[in-house]
Design a protein around this ligand. Structure first.
Ligand code: NAD
Ligand code: TDX
Length: 331
């Protein structure tokens, strides 16, 4: 099988490429990635001779068309992915997340290629802390930020291309991922690498916001389960019952790295900050048999800390520019 992986030099995409090569021998992988600030070619260094790597834009039809024509399956990870960036400048989010998805959909329509769309639980908006409900595949879309609204729009394009043009697509909406190769702008790697540098972790606002954490390897196994067993045109929510507030995550990182658990700072909150995400993944589990393998967040976090300690050469080049950008926002 020939798989075109967009965004394969990013966090989740790079893990997907590694997993696919090791767990699905015989699969031919082509990566299409623009190598924005978030794409790191070093994430694919150890598999470079096993894949085809194309540097290019998913919104560029001339680049996309021949690559899709040559594939049996497209798995679309490429996106502008960071909420804070979308609040500073939404324009690349519209271009990549909406126009990029449109461009891929037109190509898979032309060439009759199976398509899997990677999306986020943030399309559903947020929940109150005391709300007993969780997001399901029928929860109405209610995105809050330029990032999440551009992802919501891209999901709706996929649904329309399935219904109107018979494109063979599935969609997955996953909760917050953690694990190796995640950019230092994101919450968990930012705090780990701050502590390696002797800097206090930074909590937005009171730190009460809840995210539903899942290890990236479990996310990607679910993606393959949907490709193998999911029904065309369906949406699957991926989550591992990992709800935890940000303050608790920071306390756990501090403890695992040998610091006092109150050794953090509160900084400016994110405008429009979603309070809580929570995923009901029962449809995915019932239809595909998938279940997460990382059942202890604490153990997964300890592995992740170890990875950042052992891979400073991978993250160090991005650290200073990332922190300069945050400090301008009082974060
Ligand atoms: P990331 O920012 O780490 O990686 C994105 C990758 O896409 C980078 O390699 C970047 O160079 C590439 N890219 C950006 N614009 C491009 C373009 N126009 N053309 C080609 N390549 C381009 O993101 P991530 O965290 O790995 O997220 C991957 C996908 O998963 C996204 O669609 C995101 O919405 C979704 N998602 C992420 C999470 C999470 O917790 N990180 C959770 C749920 C869903
Ligand atoms: O320094 C920080 N301090 C802090 O308290 C940072 C960077 C974040 N936070 C908070 C904001 C959020 O409540 O931590 C939480 C997680 O923040 P992010 O890592 O920016 O993730 P989030 O905004 O929840 O979105 C993530 O999950 C869903 C991914 O970035 C998205 O791509 C995905 O769709």
């Amino acid at each position: 099988m020939k798989v075109l992986v967009t965004g394969g030099a990013g966090f989740i995409g790079a893990n997907f490429v590694h997993q696919t090569l090791s767990e699905r021998p015989g699969t031919q992988v082509t990566v299409l990635d623009k190598l924005t600030y978030a794409g790191n070619p070093a994430s694919l260094d150890d598999v470079r001779d096993q894949i085809v790597f194309v540097q290019g834009d998913v919104a560029d039809a001339e680049v996309v068309d021949p690559l899709v024509a040559d594939a049996d399956l497209v798995v679309h990870f490429a996106a502008e992915s960071h909420n804070d960036n979308s609040l500073l400048d939404p324009s690349p989010f519209i271009q990549t997340n909406l126009v990029g998805t449109f461009t891929l959909l037109e190509a898979v329509r032309r060439h009759h290629v199976r398509y899997h769309h990677i999306s986020t639980d943030e399309v559903y908006g947020d929940l109150e802390l005391d709300d007993p409900s969780r997001f399901t595949p029928t929860t109405p879309y209610n995105p809050s930020s330029p990032y999440s609204s551009s992802k919501a729009g891209s999901d709706l394009l996929v649904r329309a291309w399935v219904r109107s043009f018979g494109v063979e697509a599935t969609i997955s909406n996953c909760s917050n991922n953690y694990g190796p190769y995640q950019h230092v702008e994101k919450f968990i790697p930012r705090q780990i690498t701050n502590l390696i540098d002797g800097v206090h972790p930074k909590l937005y606002g009171a730190g009460e916001n809840v995210r539903d954490w899942i290890h990236v390897l479990d996310h990607n196994r679910a993606v393959w389960a949907i490709i193998d067993k999911g029904r065309i045109g369906e949406t699957y929510l991926i989550g591992a019952d990992g709800e935890m507030n940000n303050k608790h995550v920071v306390e756990m990182i501090l403890e695992l790295m040998g610091y006092a658990t109150n050794d953090y700072k509160h900084v400016n909150d994110r405008p429009g900050h979603d309070m809580r995400y929570a995923i009901d993944s029962s449809k995915l589990r019932a239809e595909t048999g998938w279940a997460p393998q990382f059942t202890s967040f604490r153990d997964g976090l300890a592995d992740t800390i170890e990875w950042y300690r052992n891979n400073e050469a991978w993250w160090r080049p991005q650290k200073e520019a990332t922190e300069t950008k945050y400090s301008k926002q009082g974060q």
